[in-house]
Write a protein that binds this ligand. Structure first.
Ligand SMILES: [Zn+2]
Length: 429
């Protein structure tokens, strides 16, 4: 049976404590709080090593079918893998999959003592991957690496850190907890081999990551499971050839993808989830500076080789400024999501919360949102209003809920010949 437990977490305790202290005027709660795992119960990154031809042949068709699944390919030129399969990996990159670095020759990195030799394997090859992908029409920014044979040491980590913001090693259960800052140059991953794991065990790992199950009898020497976590999985080939111990069957990997989605896990590349996770430790600690009409928050980027864009879903304290406070980044007003959270850009390094100016369009004002929606979707000709239970309330004129309907949330379906229907949730005034 699937059960999801609620626990009185340390975080809840701290929040309650800061609230109490805040009331006492001693300290105020942090103004930004990142929503764990982008609003999912947990997260999983499937990674595929070694730039193998059967990944393009057998995995790509599965990924092409499953638009909610994005994975990571760690490329190496071992066996001429990068050069031989460049077109296939470039196509995968263009579909939103991550291309990462697995070193030039699949080297035993801990056996190399010369820094220039390490730089050739790691730094020069990261640039090489980008240029080969560009020659094949894909704009790729390499931001993560996976160590071959999971061989790592301080010297190796230091070189990786000059060109990547995160590195995958391997071993153990491969789970990362939301509130525990991992070693970014040595993220653990659960390894798949035919002889070392079963598909059932992998499926159960996805349940654990989604915090589904009863963990009260978990081994005390294991990391205790306290909530949804980020599972990193290490795969190699994708083929039915059972002689390849490292390979997984195409039908099995598809089963794992499907189970991850059923569990409402965030299924995204290693670098995407890693950047979200790493950014949250910074943003959630960032302090505000009061301004004339609100406050600003600034933070630093921990590594310049993070992805170009790191969107974070966050809760922001706007109420302490104004009921209709405006959130801005780089002079652009952010529109809140329907649940009141904001998607901010971590790489912008700052945000502002301020009172609205006189007569300013407030993005929280539904009529403004609707007017904008109308502008974007003015080609639609037929509009149907539904209540939140899906009952058809009849035809209306546009994206605005007519005044005769009570104040509530509604769904509007817009249709037009030659356009796919647009469904929007709206709040009437
Ligand atoms: Zn490898």
């Amino acid at each position: 049976m699937k059960t999801r437990k609620t626990v009185f977490s340390a975080k809840t305790a701290i929040t309650a404590w800061s609230l109490a202290m805040g009331l006492a005027g001693i300290c105020a709660a942090a103004p930004i709080e990142t929503v764990p795992w982008n609003g999912h119960v947990g997260a999983v990154s499937f990674t595929f090593d070694d730039a193998l031809e059967n990944q393009v042949q057998n995995l790509k068709p599965i990924l092409d079918e499953m638009s909610d699944v994005h994975v990571t390919f760690f490329l190496t030129n071992m066996g001429n893998g990068l050069q031989k399969n460049a077109a296939g990996f470039a196509a995968l990159a263009k579909s939103g999959h991550e291309i990462g670095n697995h070193t030039d020759t699949h080297a035993h990195l801990s056996g190399i003592s010369s820094n220039s030799e390490l730089e050739k394997e790691i730094v020069t090859f990261a640039d090489k991957i980008e240029s080969v992908m560009a020659e094949n029409g894909a704009k790729v920014r390499v931001t993560s690496l996976a160590t071959p044979f999971c061989e790592n040491n301080d010297q190796v980590s230091a070189v990786i850190n000059t060109r990547h913001f995160i590195n995958r090693d391997c071993g153990w259960h491969g789970r990362n907890e939301w509130d525990v800052e991992a070693k970014w140059m040595s993220i653990q991953a659960k390894i798949w081999t035919r002889s070392g794991a079963t598909v059932t065990e992998m499926l159960s790992s996805l349940d654990t990551a989604a915090f589904i199950g009863d963990f009260s009898n978990a081994n005390p020497w294991d990391v205790s499971v306290k909530g949804g976590s980020w599972l990193v999985v290490l795969n190699h080939g994708v083929t039915d050839d059972t002689g390849d111990d490292y390979a997984t069957n195409p039908s099995d990997i598809k089963k794992l993808f499907q189970h991850a989605l059923e569990n409402d896990l965030w299924v995204a590349p290693f670098g995407t989830i890693g950047a979200y996770h790493r950014a949250h430790f910074i943003v959630d600690k960032a302090e505000k500076t009061e301004t004339e009409n609100g406050y600003t928050i600034k933070w630093d980027i921990p590594n310049e080789h993070m992805p170009e864009s790191v969107p974070l879903r966050v809760k922001i304290d706007t109420k302490s400024v104004d009921e209709k406070a405006v959130v801005e980044q780089d002079g652009k007003v952010l529109k809140p999501e329907s649940d009141g959270t904001y998607i901010i850009e971590f790489m912008a390094k700052a945000l502002t919360v301020r009172k609205p100016k006189d007569g300013e369009d407030n993005p929280q004002d539904s009529t403004v949102v609707l007017a904008k929606a109308q502008q974007v979707y003015r080609d639609y000709t037929k509009f149907t209003l539904f209540d939140m239970n899906g009952n058809n309330l009849g035809s209306i004129d546009g994206f605005a809920v007519p005044a005769r309907f009570p104040k509530a949330s509604y769904i509007i379906r817009a249709e037009a010949k030659g356009l796919s229907p647009k469904i929007v949730k709206v709040q009437s005034r």
